[in-house]
Design a binder for this molecule. Structure first.
Ligand SMILES: Cc1cc2nc3c(=O)[nH]c(=O)nc-3n(C[C@H](O)[C@H](O)[C@H](O)COP(=O)(O)OP(=O)(O)OC[C@H]3O[C@@H](n4cnc5c(N)ncnc54)[C@H](O)[C@@H]3O)c2cc1C
Length: 542
């Protein structure tokens, strides 16, 4: 999920009012105090109309949490939190339908209660109690799922199991460059604990601030960096999973050829097999040298050819983000119809002029124009400047919630496809999305950025913005029509249903088609072994 309107390069509209206490919004993205003010939203509306030609409506505010009504709960236990506040805050992730239902004050699927175990023993007691009392358990990490991964199944009495008390960096091995990290640790807490040791996990999904290590592994999250180890499972050496059948620990080796890799069974299992309680993560030294450049391309096909040549060159840039001309316009980084390639290299060990110069040479061979690169030694001046992208990148999602309050859809979908299959897929996405946005909303705006590159293919990331025909529950039906069209287009044109947004409930049927019946049956059998009474995450993934 990404910034629907604004990202690096654009002066952020969001003002940070630190006089208010820090508290997460019960319905929108992130902190309450970082939601753009009414004046900022008016400025955003002007920008939207001026740049995209989409007219926003009047600002409406969400139903306040105190006014939300929930179905009753009979559950009682000292270790269960049955307050409305806890139940509301554990009802949804942050997909567009989640935001909309939260905005309207509809928290019908709320869990009956919330448990927050702080040890394996407490977790096992929750499992025993749930198995004995016929209650299902829905695992909740940071609650940033965009695929319905934390929502309770209305068919069953269900509690939410929050991992936030299973937190912290537990052990660091500087010699082998690894750390044991508890699953409920949030991104900033992990980096804060590693920084004094000169180390980093270097995994920065856009949801970094509000998502957890366990959630990342359970969903195979993708980080900000464009090449090599793009997904979190590439950093896992071993993990502990506590399942209803008992605890499982995968092999504690830097590499092993013994049988199927159980890390890869649990990574992406989305809480259906057991709860990932901790993982031994591979770390890196904090990068000292950085090189950054931006290249303009008049023609999209030239930009794609340059990107492929860079992906297949072995240069492995940390960043190789290509914005199409509409994305560049929306982000206010280019107004002349150019496509923009943002290139970056990072190293803890050596200056990067040779790699950057070669990448720019490749770009120029494909008609790219660049005024030169910036080289930064983070031990010297300019270190702060090199980190500026991070706050703009992480604050982007506030705009999606702000646009919703003005009756404007903004959402994203992403995929991965081979280089040879890209043109067909991309053309189909443009044609089908244009058609469905016109049919459902009268008009719309679609942009593309390429977020990750591999020698054999690329990960395109699409953002669509459109006026909502109505501002009530029926907008969710409109969203579903658009989402279905996007999923069908990806599936029938060689793209995977997701490069890093996971499966959850929203992508489940499409993923079952992608995986095929034999694989799904095998995973079902594995689930029955780890979770014999099927108490965990019903309706998610399987
Ligand atoms: C604005 C925004 C930006 C995003 N950017 C990115 C991005 O850049 N890259 C990316 O990959 N994703 C992104 N996402 C999606 C989401 O942040 C990821 O899927 C993330 O990995 C979820 O982590 P979480 O801790 O919030 O997990 P949750 O949302 O709480 O849970 C996700 C799933 O994992 C299960 N789960 C959680 N913890 C555990 C555990 N310890 N053991 C077993 N199962 C568990 C849950 O039951 C659920 O099914 C974004 C989402 C939003 C809203």
């Amino acid at each position: 999920m990404s910034n629907p309107l604004i990202s690096s390069g654009y002066k952020p509209i969001v003002l940070v009012n630190m006089t208010q206490p820090k508290r997460r919004s019960h319905w929108a993205w992130g902190w309450e105090h970082k939601m753009p003010s009414i004046e900022e939203r008016h400025r955003l509306a002007e920008l939207l109309e001026g740049v995209l030609g989409i007219k926003a409506g009047e600002v409406e505010e969400a139903v306040p949490i105190q006014a939300v009504e929930l179905p009753g709960t009979e559950l009682k236990a000292t270790w269960l939190d049955t307050t409305n506040d806890a139940r509301i805050r554990h009802t949804y992730g942050r997909s567009w339908p989640d935001l909309m239902r939260g905005f309207l004050g509809d928290f019908g699927p709320a869990p009956l209660a919330v448990a927050t175990p702080s040890s394996t023993e407490e977790l096992e007691k929750v499992y025993d109690w749930a198995q004995d009392s016929g209650v299902k358990v829905q695992i909740y990490g940071g609650g940033t799922s965009v695929v319905g991964g934390v929502e309770c199944d209305p068919e069953y009495p269900t509690i939410s199991l929050d991992t936030s008390n299973l937190s912290g960096v537990l052990e660091i091995d500087k010699t082998s460059r690894g750390a044991l990290i508890a699953a409920g640790a949030f991104g900033p807490d992990i980096e804060d604990a590693l920084r004094p040791h000169g180390l980093t996990l270097r995994h920065f999904p856009q949801s970094f601030e509000f998502s957890t290590l366990g959630g990342w592994i359970a969903t195979r999250s993708g980080g900000h960096f464009a090449t090599q180890r793009t997904h979190i499972e590439d950093f896992v050496q071993w993990m502990e999973v506590v399942a209803p059948c008992g605890a499982v620990r995968t092999g504690e080796y830097p590499a092993s050829g013994a049988g199927p890799d159980m890390n890869r069974v649990f990574a992406g299992s989305e809480g259906t097999m057991g709860l990932i309680t901790k993982a031994w993560m591979r770390l890196q030294e904090r990068p000292r040298y950085k090189a950054q450049a931006s290249v303009k391309f008049a023609a999209w096909n030239d930009a794609i050819a340059a990107l492929r040549a860079i992906a297949q060159s072995g240069l492995n840039p940390a960043n190789a983000r290509l914005l199409d001309s509409r994305e560049a316009l929306m982000n206010q980084v280019s107004f002349d119809g150019s496509n923009i390639l943002v290139l970056g290299f990072e190293s803890a060990d050596r200056p990067l002029a040779a790699q950057m110069e070669r990448a720019l040479e490749i770009a120029r061979d494909h008609h790219g124009q660049c005024d030169g690169a910036v080289y930064i030694d983070t031990n010297g001046p300019g270190a702060k400047e090199s980190e500026r992208w991070k706050s703009a990148f992480l604050d982007g999602p506030y705009m999606q919630s702000a646009l919703l309050t003005m009756g404007v859809f903004a959402d994203t979908f992403e995929t991965a496809v081979t280089w040879s299959g890209f043109e067909r897929l991309h053309n189909a996405v443009i044609a089908n999305m244009k058609d469905v946005l016109k049919r459902t909303c009268g008009r719309g705006f679609l942009t593309c950025r390429i977020t990750h590159i591999y020698p054999d293919g690329l990960a395109p990331y699409y953002t669509w913005v459109a006026p909502m025909p109505t501002r009530d529950r029926s907008a969710i039906e409109v969203w579903k029509t658009i989402k279905d069209e996007a999923m069908k287009t990806l599936r029938t044109n060689g793209g995977t249903i997701t490069h890093h947004h996971a499966v959850g409930r929203i992508h489940r049927d499409a993923w079952h088609q992608e995986a095929g019946p034999h694989s799904i049956a095998a995973l079902d059998a594995m689930k029955s072994s780890f979770d014999p009474k099927h108490i965990l995450n019903p309706g998610v993934l399987l």
